[in-house]
Ligand binder design. Structure first.
Ligand code: GDD
Length: 394
């Protein structure tokens, strides 16, 4: 793969956020063709494959069409471990069972490794209580939410000794896009100068079929707003305005396990913007942190624009409003957000009819880092007690 080098980066303490890098070639040849390059980063298929064998990709699933899930699977490189965490309904139709059948059918032909489990399996309650990781539970079961599902996936990736963990939304219609994301994840990890790295996909276009043809929309309906306010926060902290953040809501992203282990997360659809807010709060030097190794080695956030367009299920206006509310609430409640910025956020939410005057953005609970969890114990309990757990040889 051949990708532009980051042309510009914003540095805050130990955190470095790189501007968008575009993919030049999805495949740039083998080891033999590697030569001197100054304006691009380039990795051979062999180098990328080595990273892929140490990577897991988590697919959060909730009531998606099985044929689209199968398409996503077909795009993930064979050596990457797939971890499906599903919160699909079990009744009146058992949609999870349909997903299991889809995965096993695919396995019969491809022999690709995967593990899958339902988010509400009672064994999660047993396992997470056993290791003292209960903030994600409501009573005996894991809470609903995409973020919660992703955290479960990360715990499994950690238990299986993976060094990298990525995420791909399971409603992606284009297997080629999924394939490209995996290659981007591996290439950016190869290019990173720190073991604490994150890469976020900046979709070139969100594609819709309108009238008689495709319409390629450049901006997401939510991300444009989230990016604006994260950038405003950064500008106010550094006193230099910036537009560096372009992936505030990027569901398709990946990080090194070392970074995943020190990250605090947010449930539901707030997880992606919160990751950035957490990195800014924790590692930009505005307050002390206990993670000294991260401070000395630094954190890099890459934002990469693939060649494939993004085509996914279009959700309704209410879903979009909920995502805007979640995203802006996170910025509003950041300890680094000043009163003036809070006012701007409130105005935005009121103008969009998402909040009424006098209402406050809801404060969401953070999910603590998975670093100190005994993930092997969790896996052992799941393997012994979970009703929905399926694993091929991994
Ligand atoms: N395990 C699990 N649990 N998965 C879930 C849940 C849940 O409770 N809720 C949703 N998902 C899965 C969906 O099946 C899909 O694969 C993925 O999470 C994203 O959910 P969508 O409902 O498709 O969200 P979206 O496409 O509108 O939003 C996506 O893009 C946003 C950026 O614009 C998500 O990735 C957002 O997180 C992201 O911010």
């Amino acid at each position: 793969m051949r990708i532009e080098i980051p042309r510009y980066s914003e540095r805050l303490g130990a955190l470095r956020i790189h501007d968008v890098q575009r993919v030049i070639e999805i495949d740039s040849g083998g080891l033999k063709s590697l030569g001197e390059d100054f304006h691009v980063i380039r990795f051979s298929s062999e180098e990328i494959k080595e990273i892929e064998s140490r990577m897991a990709i988590v697919l959060p699933v909730k009531n998606e069409k099985p044929n689209i899930l199968e398409g996503v699977l077909s795009g993930i490189p064979h050596d990457v471990l797939v971890i499906v965490v599903s919160n699909s309904s079990r009744a009146p139709i058992d949609r999870y069972q349909i997903e299991v059948d889809t995965m096993l059918h695919f396995y019969r032909f491809s022999r690709r490794s995967f593990i899958m489990i339902h988010q509400k399996d009672h064994a999660w309650g047993l396992a997470l209580k056993e290791v003292g990781y209960t903030e994600i539970l409501e009573g005996d079961t894991v809470r609903d939410g995409k973020g919660e599902g992703m955290v479960l996936g990360m715990i499994l990736a950690k238990a299986l000794g993976k060094d990298y963990v990525g995420f791909v939304d399971s409603d992606n219609y284009i297997p080629g896009a999924v394939y490209e994301y995996a290659k981007i994840y591996a290439s950016t990890f190869l290019s990173s100068r720190t073991p604490y790295a994150m890469v976020r996909i900046r979709w070139p276009y969100k594609t819709k079929f309108v009238g008689k043809g495709f319409y390629f929309r450049r901006r997401g309906r939510v991300s444009g707003i989230t990016n604006k306010y994260i950038n405003l926060l950064l500008g106010r902290l550094t006193r230099f305005e910036t537009d560096i953040v372009k992936t505030g809501n990027s569901g398709d992203h990946a990080m090194t396990m070392k970074l995943a282990e020190v990250m605090q997360f947010m449930g539901g659809f707030g997880i992606e913007p919160y990751e950035l807010i957490y990195l800014i709060e924790e590692f930009s030097g505005f307050k002390p942190t206990k993670y000294e190794d991260v401070i000395s080695k630094g954190v890099e956030v890459f934002q990469v624009e693939p060649r494939n367009p993004h085509v996914h299920e279009e959700r309704g206006a209410e879903h979009i409003k909920e995502m805007i509310l979640k995203s802006l609430s996170i910025i509003y409640h950041s300890s680094l957000c000043d009163e003036e910025l809070k006012e701007l956020i409130l105005d935005e939410l009121i103008t969009r009819g998402i909040l009424r005057p006098g209402e406050m953005p809801p404060k969401q609970r953070a999910i603590p880092p998975i670093g100190s969890i005994n993930a092997n114990k969790v896996l052992e309990i799941l393997a012994g007690h979970a009703e929905s757990f399926i694993a091929t040889e991994t």
